[in-house]
Design a protein around this ligand. Structure first.
Ligand SMILES: Cc1cc2nc3c(=O)[nH]c(=O)nc-3n(C[C@H](O)[C@H](O)[C@H](O)COP(=O)(O)OP(=O)(O)OC[C@H]3O[C@@H](n4cnc5c(N)ncnc54)[C@H](O)[C@@H]3O)c2cc1C
Length: 418
């Protein structure tokens, strides 16, 4: 291990490269600091891009098994057929060609946080000076639920198309049952948006069915005014909203869902299980020993783990209490990238970071609402807190918001991946 003085010297010269590295073959010769990023979603792609943009001397390697990222944002519109997979499929090419990110098409399988090495499923060993984990979410098991058969579609890709097939399979007058897990989960308004679009789709196809929404929460978690209004007016008689209803088991063969209150028959279903940080986060010891801890405790000035030094966690896996959205993942990634660039220059992180989140929710085939909030670092508590009067939802869904949604999404996609 390097002494603090030596580390400071190398940081100050901007070439911290070999700290703690003598046990790793070839590492002592490396000239540049090494950042390894795991996961190429909104969080991982953005941090990889911005570290390189702000200091091209830093080597950045992004480990991601998929050839492109399929965005959850706008994916409910693929479910309804309003748009196609190509709209939400984001390529990694620009990260490599424009910013010089080294892409490793593999899955991170293990992390040695003492010797600072990531091992991949194919057996590569990637040493790092700083590691950023952005693996998104993992799901709790639900007895009888096989997501390969009954999709959650809370990670986009094949699951999105499987959900579309569920929707397309609803017979005339049939029942679609969907469930919402206890918060916090990815994209607070997302499940309510999905309920609206399922109902809209059934109405437009003249199937006159029913959408039963089982919410494990005691009330609508996000945009309550917008969604209560939609459920009670636009979709009155179609959406049947049942709060405090937790899915305990699924019987696929009998097409029944068991909740804490009742057993419900379905023709098609979408069970979204309770969520936690991506698997690798727990495996690396970043959740500590309490099994109740679902999200990684981090310092929001740099997103460095509070438990394991030199490992940063951003995006949906982090546990700062900020909403789990792609917009927020992108904002956190920039705070983290800035902190990493400063670290290698021997500087402290920005003491007053701010982040923001925005979610657009289509409510019908032609209208959408939005939700937004700004967060600022509170030095007294060390937490990110909502800035007063910034938490806002659209007064009503409109056609204009629906059009703005595509511009907002295009900007976010470009800022993260292009
Ligand atoms: C229906 C829906 C609608 C949404 N709408 C909005 C919206 O309007 N606005 C908004 O801001 N957000 C929205 N979101 C939320 C947004 O999609 C997520 O918050 C965002 O994707 C989180 O980004 P992330 O990078 O943390 O995780 P992810 O996007 O899930 O990326 C994680 C990546 O890590 C990779 N990975 C995982 N494990 C490993 C491993 N071991 N090795 C290597 N790679 C690994 C995965 O392959 C994946 O590419 C929506 C979500 C849903 C489901």
């Amino acid at each position: 291990m390097f002494s603090n003085n030596r580390r400071k010297l190398l940081q100050a010269s901007g070439v911290l490269a070999a700290a703690g590295s003598l046990g790793v073959a070839g590492r002592a010769q490396a000239a540049a600091p090494r950042v390894v990023v795991v996961g190429g979603g909104f969080a991982g792609a953005t941090v990889a891009k911005y570290v390189r943009l702000w200091n091209p001397q830093i080597q950045v390697t992004l480990i991601e098994p998929n050839p492109s990222h399929v965005s959850c944002i706008l994916s409910n519109l693929v479910m309804t057929g309003a748009t196609g997979m190509s709209t939400i499929t984001l390529r990694y090419d620009a990260l490599r060609t424009k910013y010089g990110v080294n892409l490793v098409a593999d899955r991170a399988a293990g992390i040695d946080t003492v010797n600072r090495v990531v091992t991949t499923a194919n057996g590569s060993r990637l040493p790092y000076d700083k590691l950023v984990l952005a693996p998104g979410i993992d799901f709790d098991p639900i007895p009888g639920l096989d997501s390969a058969v009954l999709p959650h579609a809370w990670q986009a890709g094949p699951q999105t198309l499987a959900l579309k097939a569920q929707l397309d399979s609803v017979p005339a007058g049939g029942t679609f049952v969907m469930s919402i897990p206890k918060a916090p989960y990815r994209c607070p308004p997302g499940p309510y948006e999905r309920a609206c679009l399922l109902a809209d789709s059934l109405l437009r196809r003249r199937r006159a069915g029913k959408v039963i929404v089982l919410d494990a929460n005691s009330d609508v978690v996000a945009e309550p005014h917008t969604f209560h209004t939609a459920f009670q007016t636009t979709y009155a008689g179609v959406i049947d909203y049942r709060p405090s209803s937790e899915v305990l088991a699924v019987d696929w063969a009998a097409r029944k869902i068991v909740t804490n209150w009742e057993t419900i028959a379905f023709d098609a279903a979408n069970v979204i299980p309770p969520q936690r940080a991506g698997k690798l986060v727990a495996a690396a010891g970043l959740l500590g020993s309490d099994p109740a801890t679902r999200w990684a405790p981090v310092n929001p000035l740099s997103y460095e783990s509070k438990l394991v030094p030199n490992v940063h966690v951003i995006g949906d896996s982090q546990g700062t209490g900020q909403p789990k959205s792609g917009h927020m993942a992108n904002a956190q990634a920039k705070v983290c990238a800035d902190a990493l660039v400063r670290y290698f220059a021997g500087e402290q992180p920005d003491p007053a970071p701010m982040t923001s989140s925005a979610c657009y929710s289509p409510i019908t085939a032609t209208t959408a609402s939005w939700l937004t909030v700004v967060f600022a670092y509170d030095p007294a508590t060390g937490l990110m807190k909502p800035v007063p009067n910034t938490l806002a939802e659209a007064p009503a869904p409109t056609k204009g918001h629906y059009e703005d949604m595509f511009g907002w999404a295009r900007n976010l996609f470009a800022d993260s991946f292009s």
